[in-house]
Design a protein around this ligand. Structure first.
Ligand code: GLN
Length: 202
């Protein structure tokens, strides 16, 4: 299996390491031709405006749209924003989005006061992929200037929220997965395993 990681900006190396730990070939994607023989794509966290603009100037935006219309993709944090059909609190003048997920994200839902925080998320969606060596119970998630999903369309499955019926922070719609936090920074492979099993089944 070959899962590319968009490597324009942000936390792409950490995703590559996680995929390699799981025995997956994980090339960096910087040019349209790098998408050619991939089974799936991860769009990492970073800064969605910068990443969108870089994608535009490398001629990658349209190829990314075409890829994610047919193949599995997972956006984490800024990547989730890029995969959303709608974003609020965008930079003035808007920003390029890839789209595909029928959701609205708030780019900076948690504001400046809580630039970053950690939270234990209910993780029953991960039970079927968990291996004996994985952590049990909640998924310890790292949020960095994180977005949140503020609206979901009818075809979108909510995978988890912040505790006490808090905001939605992980969603799936068919072949597309989105998480508001950074699973590549947690010492837990379950979300990467979940994406792998999506790719294997689709
Ligand atoms: N809020 C950031 C953005 O707009 C995302 C932050 C992140 O990916 N850690 O792109």
């Amino acid at each position: 299996m070959k899962i590319g990681v968009l490597a324009l900006q942000g936390a792409f190396r950490e995703h590559i390491l996680k995929l390699q730990t799981l025995g997956v070939d994980a090339p960096e994607v910087r040019l349209p031709k790098h998408l050619d023989d991939l089974d799936a794509l991860i769009i990492p966290g970073g800064e969605s405006t910068t990443m969108g603009k870089l994608a535009e100037s490398f001629g990658l935006l349209e190829p990314l749209k075409a890829f994610t219309r047919t193949k599995p993709a997972w956006g984490t944090c800024a990547g989730l924003i890029l995969l959303a059909n709608r974003a609020v609190r965008q930079k003035k003048g808007g920003q390029p989005l890839i789209g595909g997920l029928d959701i609205t994200v708030d780019r900076n839902f948690f504001g400046r006061q809580v630039d970053s925080f950690e939270a234990d998320l209910e993780a029953s969606a991960l039970a079927e992929v968990a291996q004996p060596e994985d952590p049990h119970g909640p998924f310890h998630a790292i949020f960095i200037r994180a977005p949140a999903v503020v609206e979901v369309g009818p075809g979108v499955q909510v995978l988890t929220r912040l505790p006490e019926n808090g905001p939605i922070v992980a969603v799936r719609e068919g072949r597309l997965l989105g998480t508001a936090f950074h699973p590549e920074l947690s010492d837990d492979l379950r979300f990467h395993r979940y994406f792998l099993s999506m790719v294997q089944r689709l």
